[in-house]
Design a protein around this ligand. Structure first.
Ligand code: HEC
Ligand code: HEC
Length: 438
């Protein structure tokens, strides 16, 4: 009897220890900070959030009327592309930290997405469904004054540079708030698709043009500035050491469906000949060259490279944010990124202009104008990427208009990167099969 109890007790102990281990493993301190600590001023109260539906167009509003709070929040999440939280004790959406003064946006508004197939929320997966602009406009209507911030003009992307530009303009070099804006040159609007965070396991530079090298925790604090004073901002540095460490620990999600391994092996050989020189090799001995490819060689849309103003780059370099990194004020092209987990991160290129991997390899499979169809979990498993429709009519609603990716617009060009065009159809299929294994 006593012996039996001891056995049960020791089983329980093992379970508890394993449980605690699992919890620790799940919440790296950096992840915990991202989910629970506030690095920007609260944006709205929960009761405001719960009233946003009253500003919606009739078709949406009818879906929300007479619904429970939980159901209205689910609808709002669908409308704005906010993934559900992974942590039941934190705010109801992954993109907010719940604070006593209201909801504050966190990094995952752009850097947390839903996995194709399962729809599971994954931190570090780019949010390819987000429409913060819709949220901003609805909040403006609710408050009876137009939303103050400009977030972008297409769903699933944000104009992250214009936002950083606007934030940095009102800071002196030590990050103290300054009332008079610094002249950093004129920012032009263009939308960007966030890169996956797991690339930082292999990259030492940051951003699509690699303009920040050897950067540390300060470089990733660009979005912590909204409504935060200088001392508080500088004080975040210790937390962001952990955040960076966490970001570097993230692994790409595995492809969730069966892979034809013979075809993938053939594709691996083609990849090695055609792609590895820029994108590196994979597996345990994988080597990543981290090459910046001049813009006239890669040929993708050049606005991200050319429209980030030199004024911004050199001010950033001198500022507290950039001082401990090596900042290039005149980068020449785009970094060929690692392709780990690439199956999950459609749409492709720095501007998200090409919906599928097949389109990356095939000029004629890059539609000029397209719109994602289906929900966040739906995927085109054959082309590997977003499920889309190309017959897109403007319904007149701004919400619908932002779903349209018109690649003729500045910054959204889908040209360039011709490196796979000459492959045979068979080789393309093989390369795509190989890419699923990364
Ligand atoms: C409004 C959307 C948005 C928010 C919020 C945001 N980011 Fe980003 N982030 C981006 C975009 C877009 C890029 C790519 C910019 C480019 O083209 O170089 C990026 C790039 C990065 C990179 C470089 C990745 C690489 O492969 O080079 C890191 C790291 C990063 N962000 C971390 C953060 C952290 C940490 C936060 C929160 C403090 C944050 N971001 C908040 C949109 C956002
Ligand atoms: C000469 C160098 C070079 C070669 C060769 C090359 N690429 Fe790239 N690749 C790049 C650069 C640079 C980018 C980033 C372009 C951008 O975002 O504008 C890129 C982007 C990509 C992307 C999109 C990445 C993302 O996160 O959106 C994919 C997928 C890709 N390449 C696959 C391939 C494949 C497959 C091959 C071989 C058939 C290949 N590339 C050959 C330089 C190269």
């Amino acid at each position: 009897m006593a012996r039996g109890l001891t056995v049960i007790a020791s089983i329980l102990t093992v379970v508890l220890v394993v449980g605690a281990g699992a919890a620790r493993q799940k919440y790296h301190p950096g992840q915990d900070y991202l989910l629970r600590r506030m690095y920007s001023a609260p944006y709205l109260t929960e009761s405001e959030f719960d009233k946003l539906w009253t500003t919606w167009e009739p078709a949406w509003r009818d879906r929300a009327a007479d619904k429970s709070v939980a159901e209205v929040r689910r609808l709002a999440a669908e409308r704005y592309g906010f993934p559900p939280s992974i942590d039941p004790s934190s705010a109801f959406s992954l993109v907010f930290v719940r604070t006593p003064r209201g909801l504050a946006f966190n990094c995952m508004s752009c850097h947390g997405g839903r996995l194709p197939g399962s729809g599971e929320t994954v931190i570090g997966l780019p949010n390819n469904d987000v429409d913060i602009q819709a949220f901003e406009e609805d909040l403006g209507k609710l408050r009876g004054k137009p939303g103050a911030a400009y977030w972008g003009s297409t769903r699933g992307r944000t104009d992250a540079f214009t936002i950083s530009h606007a934030l940095l303009m009102y800071r002196d070099l030590e990050m103290e708030v300054s009332q008079t804006p610094v002249d950093l040159g004129e920012p032009h609007p263009y939308d960007l698709d966030a890169p996956p965070w797991w690339n930082l396991r292999r990259k030492s530079s940051l951003y699509s043009d690699g303009f920040v090298r050897g950067g540390g925790e300060r470089a990733i604090m660009q979005f912590t500035m909204a409504g935060i004073d200088g001392p508080a901002l500088r004080g975040f540095e210790t937390d962001f050491k952990q955040v960076l460490d966490y970001i570097r620990s993230i692994r790409p999600p595995r492809y969730s469906k069966p892979i034809d391994s013979a075809l993938a092996a053939k594709g691996g050989a083609v990849f090695e000949k055609t792609c590895s020189g820029c994108h590196g090799t994979y597996g345990p001995d994988g080597k990543y060259p981290e090459r910046t490819i001049p813009i006239d060689v890669v040929g993708t849309d050049d606005k991200r490279l050319r429209w980030m103003t030199e004024g911004f780059r050199s001010y950033y370099a001198k500022s507290w944010l950039g001082r401990n990194s090596n900042v290039t004020t005149q980068p020449v092209g785009y970094v060929a990124p690692p392709l780990d987990g690439i199956w999950a991160t459609a749409p492709y290129f720095h501007n998200g202009s090409v919906p599928t991997l097949y389109g990356v390899l095939t000029r004629s499979a890059r539609p000029e104008s397209w719109r994602r169809s289906g929900g966040p979990a739906d995927y085109d498993w054959s082309g590997v990427g977003l499920q889309i429709e190309t017959k897109v009519e403007d319904t007149g609603s701004a919400l619908d208009r932002r779903r349209i990716v018109d690649t003729r617009k500045p910054g959204l060009g889908n040209h360039g990167h011709p490196f796979g065009f000459a492959l045979s159809e068979q080789d393309k299929r093989a390369v795509i099969e190989y890419l699923k294994t990364l």
